[in-house]
Design a binder for this molecule. Structure first.
Ligand code: ADP
Ligand code: MN
Length: 181
């Protein structure tokens, strides 16, 4: 079944600003566009809440999500469209689920500061900073989605964040309009 109402994936290393951007987009898209209603799926939270994992990572004290359980849990919502999925990983989704993949980037110092502020243990902070340096999310996105669907954007400053929100809203407005014809 073709998904007509756009879905957006917001991905990137923890600390790049995914959740912040997703919430802003949800609010502002719903203010600007009558239909569809946009809704954030905060996948990390959902994985915990619905127990969408089979193993527990002792080192980092996080669940190792199960790809099939995750996809099954959100498929019906995704088919309805208007979903803004917030998650750090992206290779396991069916490739046609998302109209746009927003890949957020941030400087090492910003990732470090933001995750320190969150109270992450040092090894987990270092691991994420390394991920950003070695472009783990970027490689995953580029291996999984066609270039024209990918928006790689910096999210180091509030100005950049606001610019990203504006740009994505314009793009989604246009996509929704085009789908009506
Ligand atoms: P993620 O969901 O990718 O882990 P968050 O959205 O939780 O990242 O953001 C991490 C922290 O960085 C939050 O405190 C948030 O307010 C801040 N932040 C996010 N994006 C920006 C930005 N573009 N400029 C300044 N601070 C930001
Ligand atoms: Mn987050």
């Amino acid at each position: 079944m073709e998904i007509r109402a756009p879905n957006i994936l917001i991905t990137g290393t923890p600390g790049t600003g995914k959740t912040t951007l997703a919430r802003l987009l949800e609010d502002q898209l719903n203010e600007t566009i009558d239909f569809p209603k946009f809704e954030v799926i905060s996948l990390g939270a959902l994985i915990n809440e619905k127990h969408l994992y089979k193993n527990w990572n002792e080192q980092f004290q996080v669940p190792e999500f199960d790809e099939d359980l995750v996809c099954d849990a959100i498929e019906a919502d995704i088919r309805r469209g208007g979903k803004i999925v917030d998650f750090h990983s992206c290779a396991f989704f069916p490739p046609d689920w998302f109209h746009y993949i927003v890949l957020l980037r941030a400087s090492n110092t910003n990732i470090f500061d933001r995750l320190s502020e969150r109270g992450y243990p040092e090894p987990k902070i270092q691991e994420n900073v390394q991920c950003e340096i070695f472009q783990v999310c970027k490689d995953e996105v580029e291996d999984s989605y066609p270039k024209e669907k990918i928006l790689e954007r910096n999210s180091d400053t509030i100005v950049e964040m606001e610019r990203n929100v504006e740009e994505i809203i314009e793009l989604i407005k246009k996509t929704v309009e085009d789908n009506k014809h």
